[in-house]
Ligand binder design. Sequence first.
Ligand SMILES: NC(=O)c1ccc[n+]([C@@H]2O[C@H](COP(=O)([O-])OP(=O)(O)OC[C@H]3O[C@@H](n4cnc5c(N)ncnc54)[C@H](OP(=O)(O)O)[C@@H]3O)[C@@H](O)[C@H]2O)c1
Length: 298
Amino acid sequence: MQNRLLIIGCGDVGLRVARQAQGAGYHEIIGVVRSAQRAEVLRAHGISAEEMDLHDAQAVQALPTEGAEVVYLAPPAALHGNQDQGMRHFLHRCQTQTPAKVVYISTSGVYGDCQGATVTEQSPVNPATARARLRLDAEQQVQAFGRTYAVPTVILRVAGIYGPGRLPLERIREGMVVVCPEQAPLSNRIHADDLASICLAALQRGLAQAIYNVADGQASTMTDYFYAVADIAGVPRPPCVPLAEAAAHLSPMMMSFINESRVLDCRALFSQLQVQLRYPQLSDGIRASLEVPSAENN
Ligand SMILES: NC(=O)c1ccc[n+]([C@@H]2O[C@H](COP(=O)([O-])OP(=O)(O)OC[C@H]3O[C@@H](n4cnc5c(N)ncnc54)[C@H](OP(=O)(O)O)[C@@H]3O)[C@@H](O)[C@H]2O)c1
């Protein structure tokens, strides 16, 4: 392989993608970030960094997209209603400097609340938040671009990401409450390192214009997750409240997660991308996350 890998939004997951890609035969790995501080982190890991704001249309026109394999991880900003303007600028650049393949990291939030049902990639989307509507706009932009310019694109609808430095330990220590187990909504998770492997597998084996649900295949509740983190870290479990009282204790962002319940069907991920997860068991992933010094990926 002699390709350029372009990682748009090279934060926590992006750097994991870059580090896994080092030694995989790419002749160049470039991470795009907004801040000088993050660019320095990338360079310290031997990764080329491009500093720009994707909302700056002119800056984006300098991106070396021609022939590149792209993993797009930058979240949309809510600057322009329901449109991901950063994605628009990126795809405009790609019209003349055509990439070899684009993998877009979306979220499973595009399905909205499914009342605990299992969702496949064919299930209808029903985004309930502004964040999810922006994601859907980005997905649709990527798919339209792929069809029009005959560029293979892959969309990953990703569940909650956990990993080193992203466990809710601080929140548990600060006394955050959870919804009592019997009323807690179903949710799904993926370890950040497994997501990075999946991004690379999607570049290699993702079918053109495909969508894949991404999680470890072990759906459980957010309460189970918080209890598992507390138990493994050896701190007291957070107190629980009935669902009807949760809004009085939790942030609107947390409530937006709690108001949605679904199980992701990930059979296509495992069969087509042939991914072997490093952390198929949440408890192993939590244990490994606690062992890593927090500065490891930043
Ligand atoms: N948290 C979850 O559970 C979850 C679930 C599903 C999907 N996701 C999505 O997965 C993606 C990767 O997550 P992550 O944890 O790796 O995110 P992250 O650490 O916040 O990294 C995002 C990166 O994107 C860059 N970026 C953001 N806006 C930009 C802009 N306008 N122009 C240029 N660069 C920009 C940031 O640069 P700076 O560092 O310089 O600011 C940062 O390096 C995100 O889109 C996230 O929303 C998250």
